[in-house]
Ligand binder design. Sequence first.
Ligand SMILES: [Zn+2]
Length: 61
Amino acid sequence: MEINCPGCGAGLKVGEKHHYKMIKCPKCGKEFQVLGRETIQLTKDYIEKQMKKDFGKEPEK
Ligand SMILES: [Zn+2]
């Protein structure tokens, strides 16, 4: 699944084993917690909206 970094907004791919764990953004180095399914869904929607707005296309799966 994909989430976005709260520090720089970069889209990050993380496996389910990382749910609820702290991960570190490879782009800005910010550490943050990967939250659960509801937040993931919100974030996915957010990313899709941002991708459409910024690039006019669907995000790659
Ligand atoms: Zn970041």
